[in-house]
Structures are given as structure tokens and as C-alpha cells.
Design a protein around this ligand. Structure first.
Ligand code: NAP
Length: 247
């Protein structure tokens, strides 16, 4: 049986991915940082459907938490075959000129440093040069990396661009180790993250302006992530897949 660790697997896109993965036979390690009730709820939903899941509390921006969370998942499941680097944050919409140093530091600490630490640990665990069996890493970036998100959050957009560049470079580094590295770049997905930016209806409003005329769902992103995790995408690495209704 294959096993996957999903950072931020308790809510939104991470939760949807966890439920789909479990329904396709993956053991799932659900990482979260604060909302224990949602993490437990996701685990319970997986268990009710006959799957296996564990919850692991840990802040991806803290190196000790990241190494511990990977060690726990590997110990619990025997080994890891997939890692979804999904946890991320946004902050209230404003221009760069208005942003505080504290905000910028937090944004890059969680979304860049946190993602890089998780990717490093993923390679260490999956690498065939070590004790791993190879596998797949999926980064959850954002369309913002391409648009720059002017007037809303150029900090977040730049952090996601760093994930894209890491995806491209790490795919080349890790291919010979039996590891594929890809990214999805969603936008306008109906989750709770938009409330943090100050506009809970953002996905619904901006989704209407896309060629497909609607917001996306966490399940739709989860399906793409599962494809990238699975052997069905076995010749795909270093790819950035936009999921933004055609924008
Ligand atoms: P969400 O509903 O707000 O869920 C965020 C998840 O990340 C939660 O499980 C949260 O855990 C976890 N998390 C946050 N900070 C963390 C940290 N420091 N350490 C560990 N876990 C942490 O967000 P979402 O919309 O599903 O977004 C998931 C990813 O997709 C993010 O990277 C986001 O940037 C990206 N994305 C989303 C959209 C969209 O339209 N929704 C568009 C583009 C990209 P707790 O529950 O414990 O807080």
C-alpha cells in the first residue's frame, strides 16, 4: 500500500486531496498547524470510508517540526511514496508599499522556507539513493506566480513563484533519484483561505470572470494532484499545471 504526506491536509484543497487519495488506496498523513478539530474530522471521514490516516501537528516553517513530521509518517506507514506540499497562507489584500516587514517575513517563512524544508525532507525520504522507493512530490503553487497579484498580495505571488522555480530545479535534481516533482497552480478555488485575505467571496466573484465562468472546487484540484501522485503521470516531471478556469 502506498503512503502520502499532505501538508495542510486538514482543510480546503489538502482535505479534498486526502479524501481522494484515501479512496484510491493511499495511507494518508494529515499535517496541520492549529485546527486540530478539522484534522481529526478529515481523519474520521477517511476511516469511515475504510481508509487509514494519521494526524500530525507541525508548523512547516519550523525545521524541527518538519523533520519530525516526516519521521512520524515514515515510521507509521513503513515508508513514503508521495508528498503534497500544500500548506500555505495569504494575508489581507494591500499594495506592497503598505506591507509591514513582519508580514513579509511571515509570508516568506511559511510559503517559501516551509515549502523548501518540506521538499528537502521529501527528497531525503523518497530517494532511491537512500532507503526510499522513489515517488512523487506535488507542490501546490498558485496562478498568482504568473500574474503577480498586483494590489492584493505581490508577497504571496512571489512566494509561489519561488515554489515554481523549486519545482523546475528539483525535478532535474531528483529525477535520477526516482522522484518526480510537479506543481499545480490553482486560482479561484472555493475554500476558507479567501476569508484571510479579507474577501470570503473572492473565488465566486473572480471565478465568474474566467472563460469557464465559475469558481473551482477543492475536489477538482485534488483530482489533478492525485494524477500527479499516481503512476498514470509516470513520464511527467517539472510540470506546472494551471488550474484557473482558463485565466
Ligand atoms: P485553507 O483552506 O486555508 O487551508 C490551509 C491549510 O494549510 C490548513 O490545513 C492549515 O492548517 C494549513 N497550514 C497553514 N499554515 C501552516 C503551517 N505553517 N504549517 C502547517 N500547516 C499550515 O487553504 P486552501 O485554499 O486549501 O489552500 C491550500 C494551498 O493552495 C495553499 O498553499 C494556497 O496558497 C494554495 N492556493 C489556493 C487557492 C484557492 O483559491 N483556494 C488558489 C491558489 C493557491 P490549520 O487548519 O491547522 O490552520
Amino acid at each position: 500500500m502506498k503512503s502520502v504526506l499532505i501538508t495542510g491536509g486538514s482543510r480546503g484543497i489538502g482535505r479534498a486531496t486526502a479524501l481522494i487519495a484515501a479512496s484510491r488506496g493511499w495511507n494518508v498523513a494529515i499535517n496541520y498547524v492549529r485546527d486540530e478539530a478539522s484534522a481529526k474530522d478529515t481523519r474520521a471521514a477517511i476511516e469511515r470510508a475504510g481508509g487509514k490516516a494519521i494526524c500530525i501537528k507541525g508548523d512547516i516553517a519550523r525545521e524541527a517540526d518538519v523533520t519530525a513530521m516526516f519521521a512520524t509518517a515514515a515510521k507509521e506507514f513503513g515508508s513514503l511514496d508521495g508528498v503534497v506540499i500544500n500548506a500555505g497562507v495569504v494575508a489581507p489584500a494591500m499594495t506592497l508599499a503598505e506591507m509591514s516587514g513582519e508580514r513579509l517575513e511571515r509570508m516568506f517563512r511559511i510559503n517559501v522556507l516551509g515549502s523548501y524544508l518540506c521538499a528537502r525532507e521529501a527528497v531525503r525520504h523518497l530517494s532511491r539513493a537512500g532507503s526510499g522507493r522513489g515517488g512523487s512530490i506535488v507542490n501546490v503553487s498558485s496562478l498568482a506566480a504568473r500574474t503577480g497579484s498586483p494590489g492584493e498580495y505581490v508577497d504571496y505571488a512571489g512566494a509561489k513563484a519561488a515554489m515554481d522555480t523549486m519545482t523546475v530545479g528539483l525535478a532535474k535534481e531528483a529525477g535520477p533519484l526516482g522522484i518526480r516533482v510537479n506543481a499545480v497552480r490553482p486560482a479561484f478555488i472555493d475554500t476558507e483561505i479567501h476569508a484571510t485575505s479579507g474577501n470570503p467571496d473572492r473565488a465566486r466573484i473572480l471565478g465568474k470572470q474566467t472563460p469557464l465562468g465559475r469558481e473551482g472546487t477543492a475536489d477538482e484540484v485534488g483530482e489533478a494532484i492525485l494524477w500527479l501522485l499516481s503512476d498514470a503521470s509516470s513520464y511527467v516531471t517539472g510540470a506546472l499545471i494551471d488550474m484557473a478556469g482558463g485565466r
